[in-house]
Write a protein that binds this ligand. Structure first.
Ligand code: IPE
Ligand code: IPE
Ligand code: MG
Length: 255
């Protein structure tokens, strides 16, 4: 990564100096979730179309996953497209659909070789082009046997939609009101086998959740960084984990 050509003004050179080995003595999150934000601003600052920012985010995604593997993090969730992102201009939406499809085509073998299981969380509705769904299904099938780490791409994902889908499934199965509790709702989420994120990182300086994992983030530690997603590298992940290690989790109890 370090020897790659850098665009003028690429801030990925100013990397934090923390390395994986510094963190392995402390608690390492089991599940890290990221809101990959700031692609558009990264591009605009360079006078480029927003889509160039999405494209530059690919290297960040792969490096972050590599860093998570170095730390032995078994669950990684990345927010790639929200149920609200359909509000963007049609050209950008079309680009994002094609980009996500081609990213899978380019990267799935490499992720498979690293022992990463790929999954998708979100709605498979009519707006997602068939060829994108097909590529997603192929990537899931290819990597289904891997257990080193599970990379969940939140795609056409909304936290509220996930809760609505969970409730619909309870109602459809005729579950009586008295049996609807937290355990029942959790069991109907997209991936009930997945532990809640210990750490949620959002890039680009925005400090909000934007409909990401609403149920699951209830007690996650949140880390916000000014770094724009295309500049994000594993060292930023390590820095966020170092911040996580300084936090005291109380879950409503006392220390
Ligand atoms: C995140 O970057 C990528 C997606 C939401 C798909 P943005 O495209 O939101 O970038 P900004 O926030 O406009 O800079
Ligand atoms: C959240 O970012 C969605 C993804 C990163 C995929 P947005 O850029 O869409 O969020 P808002 O609009 O700033 O809240
Ligand atoms: Mg954004």
């Amino acid at each position: 990564m370090q020897s790659e050509y850098r665009e003028p003004g690429d801030r990925s050179a100013d990397l934090p100096s923390v390395v994986a080995a510094d963190l392995l003595g402390g608690p390492v999150p089991r599940h890290v979730a990221c809101i990959m934000d700031g692609n558009g601003r990264w591009a605009s600052r360079r006078g480029l179309p927003r889509t160039e920012g999405h494209s530059a985010g690919e290297a960040a995604l792969l490096d972050a996953v590599e860093g998570a593997l170095e730390l032995g993090i078994p669950w990684i969730t990345m927010y790639a497209f929200s149920t609200e992102n359909w509000r963007r201009p049609a050209d950008e939406v079309r680009y994002l659909m094609g980009f996500n499809e081609s990213l899978l085509a380019r990267r799935r073998d490499e992720l498979n070789d690293k022992g990463v299981r790929i999954r998708f969380a979100g709605r498979r509705d009519w707006r997602v082009p068939k060829r994108v769904l097909r590529r997603m299904d192929e990537s899931v099938a290819l990597t289904a046997g891997n257990r080193r780490s599970t990379l969940t791409m939140a795609f056409n994902y909304g936290g509220r939609a996930e809760i609505v889908d969970a409730v619909r499934s309870l109602v459809a199965d005729g579950v009586p009101a008295a049996k609807v509790d937290e355990k029942a709702i959790r069991s109907r989420l997209y991936y009930p086998d997945q532990p809640d994120p210990d750490l949620m990182i959002r890039t680009s300086g925005e400090e909000r959740i934007s409909n990401f994992l609403l149920w699951q983030l209830a007690y996650s530690e949140l880390v916000f960084t000014e770094v724009l997603w295309p500049d994000f590298r594993r060292q930023h992940l390590f820095e966020a984990v170092r911040e996580y290690q300084r936090r005291q989790r109380r879950y409503g109890g006392v220390a």
